[in-house]
Write a protein that binds this ligand. Structure first.
Ligand SMILES: [Zn+2]
Length: 269
């Protein structure tokens, strides 16, 4: 307990120092964990495509430059957040998620070796316990990431869905959380979100989406298609995950950043 509080205090103290200009922000790493949203963004094949339309791009008659565009998008595309209402009735829709739940300590669980042997791997309770043995108890309000190494495949559809027929959901193979690990987190820890570098918090071969169901029923948010987990430390970073504040949305594109100031910077950024 003492270690956990000390770690968090150190993390926030370092951040506060930066904000107060005692530690210049250039001594901190600020890592972008979102993929760019565009027409190549990964989405479920049953969702409509992303459309970007240029409305104006050029010099106006009055002589100034003007750009205006519009975009149409499904909610669950690219790096995005699942709101609890996605799989649970009467839970928060995206505009209702309290701001306090959008910020938390980053927990990065490395399952790359297991995924290399088995693309259908599911992050287990023992993976979470192993992380805790190394870095201490998962902090309250944490954002727990599965790091499978999948982000380098993005946005190639055949390698992201790990199938030569990516339009057929049944042929997909990629890792996710195990429902027992999700239940363990709900029952034993007090986290705000989970995140994955694959297209879904459930592994690809699911048919019932049990991780989504357990997560959403517990008012925990999900982050999918997360980028750059290799560039943040396994613990002691501050994650800020801000989705578009879409009224009644079941989720939406999200900009995620990780901030850490008291770690060996050369190792990460
Ligand atoms: Zn989603």
């Amino acid at each position: 307990m003492a270690i956990r509080i000390t770690n968090l205090l150190l993390m926030f103290a370092a951040l506060l120092k930066s904000v107060l200009n005692e530690t210049p922000l250039d001594k901190c790493c600020i890592v972008d964990m979102s993929h760019t949203l565009d027409t190549d963004s990964i989405r479920f094949p049953t969702d409509p495509e992303f459309i970007f339309t240029i409305l104006t791009r050029g010099i106006e008659p009055e002589g100034f430059w003007l750009e205006l565009n519009k975009f149409e998008t499904p909610e669950h595309i690219g790096t995005h957040m699942d709101a609890p209402s996605h799989f649970a009735r009467d839970r928060w829709r995206v505009h209702e998620i309290p701001a306090q739940r959008l910020v938390g300590a980053g927990v990065v669980v490395d399952v790359r070796n297991k995924v290399k042997r088995n693309p259908d791997y599911r992050l287990s309770v023992s993976d979470l316990r192993k992380w805790e043995m190394l870095y201490g108890r998962i902090p309250d309000g944490a954002i727990v990431f599965m790091w499978s190494g999948w982000d380098v495949r993005y946005p190639n559809k055949t390698s992201t869905f790990n199938s030569n027929t990516p339009e057929d959901i049944r042929t997909w193979h990629f890792p996710g959380f195990h429902p027992s690990a999700m239940s363990w987190l709900v029952q034993n820890r007090n986290i705000s979100m989970i995140g994955v570098d694959t297209p879904s918090v459930d592994y690809a071969q699911t048919s019932v989406y049990d991780v989504h169901q357990i997560m959403c029923n517990a008012s925990i948010m999900g982050l999918e298609n997360v980028n750059n987990l290799a560039k943040i430390p396994p613990s002691r970073s501050l994650i800020v995950a801000l989705p578009v504040k879409l009224r009644d949305g079941s989720g939406g594109p999200v900009r995620i950043i990780s901030i850490f100031c008291d770690t060996d910077k050369s190792k990460y950024c």
